[in-house]
Design a protein around this ligand. Structure first.
Ligand code: GTP
Ligand code: MG
Length: 320
């Protein structure tokens, strides 16, 4: 797929082009957006929006099928972010991938937030060191972002963690509407700051609190789906990784989830959005166990990792 950023290739009115260019940082971002959304965001007519999106899709080459061979090559070449645990990286096929959503679910204190902190640092490392030389955007819905803890982890890489902290942009999301708005308006921030990782910690808290009970389920699913679609578009348009964290529920009808019939919250419809789903559970002491729950390309394997003072590691802390 050829990527180009030349908006002048669009044969549309100059004024429309100007508005599109103001709203979308790349032709890829435009091509991946539904015309109805383009219409709303750029305040252009339906026909202009459709014309622009269709042309952008053609220019990008989005309407041509790709061979499985080139998809495999792309898959193998896809950059990854290390978790700082070799065993966790192994079951993930080498680390967290860009272009898709990876979900970590688990009970409290299983390490969802600690893994997120570790990834915010690791994404900044060079490619040789398991990073993407980019920055992180952390959407904090539970007010649990802990800069001092992130700094403590960063000391493994540097004597002065301030540069690492400088490259983590934190937004506190106060409710679902605010969370959605922050993501909907993220294009420019992502582009300007070379963001290669978005964390939403957690995806579940506001959605579950604001849409309780069965009667609110359809509305919750609808809102969640639109949000997930935007996230997926951002992941692909900016070649970045997205991590969402989720709570877990006990579902007695679930025969596939193993011990205690535990499964991620947020239901069936959301369940199809993350490409990779990982269930975390506690083990002894600092040990935690991660299991691939649902992934089209990863086998259902388990890995043990530890939450140490230095961050996520394969083994327990030395003084443990
Ligand atoms: P919830 O958000 O409550 O659902 O849990 P979570 O899965 O996000 O848990 P989190 O990632 O916050 O992990 C909490 C665990 O990490 C604690 O039980 C501690 O074992 C460990 N932990 C948290 N902060 C520190 C720290 O500063 N140092 C060390 N060594 N461990 C920590
Ligand atoms: Mg947490």
């Amino acid at each position: 797929m050829s990527s180009t950023n030349d908006f002048t290739k669009l044969t549309i009115a100059k004024e429309v082009r100007g508005r599109l260019q103001e709203e979308f940082p790349s032709l890829m971002a435009l091509a991946a957006t539904p015309p109805a959304e383009v219409m709303k965001r750029c305040e252009v007519s339906k026909s202009s929006a459709e014309r622009a999106v269709n042309q952008a899709r053609k220019i990008i080459g989005m309407n041509q099928p790709t061979t499985a061979a080139s998809l495999l090559k792309k898959e193998l070449d896809r950059p990854r972010i290390t978790t700082s645990s070799q065993s966790l990286d192994d079951i993930l096929g080498g680390g967290i991938t860009v272009g898709s959503i990876t979900e970590f679910s688990g009970a409290f204190a299983t390490g969802k937030t600690q893994i997120s902190f570790q990834l915010c640092l690791n994404v900044q490392r060079s490619v040789e060191d398991g990073g993407l030389a980019g920055k992180a955007l952390f959407l904090d819905t539970e007010n649990t972002f802990a800069p001092a803890r992130v700094a403590e982890m960063a000391y493994s890489y540097t004597d002065d963690p301030s540069e690492y902290l400088q490259n983590i942009l934190v937004s506190r999301a106060y409710n679902t509407d605010h969370q959605i708005q922050l993501i909907d308006k993220a294009d420019k921030i992502l582009e300007k700051n070379n963001i290669r990782l978005i964390i939403i910690d957690s995806m579940a808290s506001h959605f579950r609190a604001e849409f309780p009970g069965k009667e609110n389920l359809p509305r919750r699913q609808q809102t969640l789906m639109a949000h997930a679609e935007t996230l997926q578009r951002l992941a692909e348009s900016y070649n970045l990784a997205i991590i969402t964290t989720n709570q877990i529920l006990s579902n007695p009808d679930n025969l596939f989830s193993g011990a205690n019939n535990l499964e991620p919250a947020l239901g069936f419809a959301w369940g199809h959005r993350p490409t990779h789903r990982i269930l975390l559970r506690k083990s002894r002491g600092t040990a935690r166990i991660a299991r691939i729950f649902d992934s089209p390309e990863l086998a259902e394997r388990e890995a043990v990792y530890h939450i140490t003072p230095q961050g996520i590691r394969d083994g327990p802390p030395l003084d443990y």
